[in-house]
Ligand binder design. Structure first.
Ligand SMILES: Cc1cc2nc3c(=O)[nH]c(=O)nc-3n(C[C@H](O)[C@H](O)[C@H](O)COP(=O)(O)OP(=O)(O)OC[C@H]3O[C@@H](n4cnc5c(N)ncnc54)[C@H](O)[C@@H]3O)c2cc1C
Ligand code: SF4
Length: 328
C-alpha cells in the first residue's frame, strides 16, 4: 500500500469541498472495497477521508416513502422494520450479498460506489481501461465468462457487482448527493453509467459529491417480490446473473411490474421489454416465459458467456414466479 494522508470529515460540506479541490482524495466509509483496492495497488489515493461518522445513518419515513442514510450499514438497512415491511425486495437483495461480517461494515453509499470485480481490473499487470484509461481491455478478448451481455462497449465489458443496487433499480430509488454547488437527487437508473468510451467513470457523480441518502418511493410491491441470485457458489460469490422482480396484481392481471437484472451490464439493467410485455396481462407461466425470452433476445454475449442468455431467461421466469407466490 502506498502512503496517504488520513483525515476524518467533520461535516459533509467541508468533505465535499476538500475532495472537489484535490482529485487525489477518496472518501472512506466501511473500507471493505476501497482498502482492498488500495492493497492491490488499483486505487492510489493520496488523501483518504473517513465519512462514516457523518450523521447520515437514519432510516425513516418521508412524505413520499422511506429514506435510508448513505452511512447506514447494509445489515441495519436490510433488517430495519420499515425496509422489511415495505421493501422486502431490498432486504432480500442486501442479504444475498457478501457475508454477515462484511454487511456489518459495508455502508449503503459504499455499496453503490463499490467497483467492478473484473479480474483484469484487479491485476495491475494487465491492460484495463477502467483502471488506466487508454491501456486497453484485457477481458474483451480474454476470459470474459463473468462479464456483460448488455450495454458493453469495446472499451469495457465489466459488470457492476452490487446486489443492493439491483433492488434499488427495480424500486425506482433516487440517490441524494451533496456537492460544492448544493444538493441534488439522481434517479437510480441515471446514477451508474454504461461504459462507452469512458469506463473509468462508474457513475454520474461530479467531483467531490458525496452520497448522503437513498430515497425509495412508496409502492404496492411488498406482497409480490423476489430477488434471485445465481452464482458459482451458494455463498460469498458475486452474481453470474441476478433478478429483482416485483408485481402488483389486480383482478387477476398484472397492474404494474418491475424487473431489474444484475451480472449482465456495467449498471443495474432494467428489463423494460419484459415489463412492457407483461403489463395488463395475466400472471401466467406462459406470459412470464415469453417476457423473459423477449428481454434476452437483445443480449450480445461475449466469447465465454453465451450461457448467461439462457440463464438470464430462466432467472427472469423464476424470479417472477417466486414473486407471484410470495405472501399469496
Ligand atoms: C469478500 C467480499 C465479498 C463481497 N460480496 C458481495 C456481494 O456478493 N454482493 C455485493 O453487492 N457486494 C459484495 N461485496 C462488496 C461490498 O458490499 C462492498 O465492499 C461494500 O458495500 C462497500 O461499502 P463500504 O462502506 O465498505 O465502502 P468503502 O470500501 O469504504 O468505499 C467504496 C467506494 O465508495 C466510495 N464511497 C463510500 N461512501 C461514499 C459516499 N457516501 N459518497 C460517495 N462515495 C462514497 C469510496 O470512496 C469508495 O470509492 C463483497 C465484498 C467483499 C470484500
Ligand atoms: S472489462 Fe472493463 S474493467 Fe475489465 S479489463 Fe476491460 S476495461 Fe478493465
Amino acid at each position: 500500500m502506498r502512503p496517504f494522508i488520513f483525515s476524518t470529515a467533520s461535516d459533509a460540506v467541508g468533505a465535499s469541498q476538500a475532495a472537489a479541490s484535490d482529485a487525489g482524495t477518496k472518501f472512506l466509509a466501511g473500507g471493505t472495497n476501497l482498502v482492498d483496492l488500495m492493497k492491490e495497488d488499483v486505487e492510489r489515493p493520496t488523501k483518504v477521508m473517513s465519512v462514516v461518522g457523518l450523521p447520515y445513518t437514519n432510516i425513516e419515513e418521508t412524505a413520499g416513502g422511506v429514506t435510508i442514510g448513505a452511512m447506514a450499514y447494509n445489515s441495519d438497512t436490510a433488517n430495519h422494520p420499515l425496509i422489511r415491511q415495505r421493501f422486502p425486495l431490498l432486504t432480500q437483495a442486501i442479504l444475498a450479498g457478501a457475508s454477515a461480517q462484511i454487511r456489518n461494515m459495508a455502508t449503503n453509499g459504499g455499496n453503490l460506489n463499490q467497483r467492478t470485480r473484473c479480474s483484469y481490473f484487479y491485476d495491475t499487470a494487465m491492460p484495463c481501461n477502467k483502471r488506466e484509461q487508454g491501456s486497453g481491455c484485457g477481458a474483451l478478448e480474454g476470459i470474459n465468462r463473468m462479464h456483460a451481455i448488455f450495454g458493453w462497449s469495446n472499451s469495457c465489458v465489466a459488470v457492476h457487482p452490487s446486489d443492493m443496487c439491483i433492488a434499488l433499480a427495480a424500486l425506482d430509488a433516487r440517490v441524494k448527493v451533496l456537492g460544492t454547488t448544493g444538493e441534488r437527487s439522481i434517479p437510480f437508473l441515471e446514477y451508474h453509467r454504461l461504459p462507452g468510451t469512458h469506463p473509468e467513470k462508474d457513475n454520474t457523480l461530479m467531483p467531490g459529491e458525496l452520497i448522503t441518502a437513498i430515497d425509495i418511493p412508496t409502492n404496492n410491491f411488498a406482497a409480490h417480490c423476489s430477488y434471485l441470485k445465481l452464482r458459482d457458489r451458494s455463498s460469498y460469490a458475486f452474481a453470474l446473473v441476478s433478478v429483482a422482480a416485483a408485481l402488483e396484481i389486480n383482478n387477476a392481471s398484472i397492474k404494474s411490474v418491475r424487473i431489474a437484472m444484475g451480472g449482465v451490464a456495467h449498471k443495474s439493467w432494467r428489463a423494460t421489454t419484459a415489463e412492457n410485455f407483461l403489463v395488463g396481462k395475466a400472471p401466467t407461466e406462459a406470459n412470464f416465459k415469453q417476457a423473459a425470452t423477449r428481454e434476452m433476445a437483445a443480449a450480445k454475449p461475449l466469447l465465454h458467456n453465451a450461457f448467461k442468455v439462457k440463464l438470464g431467461s430462466n432467472a427472469i421466469y423464476r424470479a417472477l414466479s417466486s414473486a407471484l407466490s410470495e405472501n399469496s
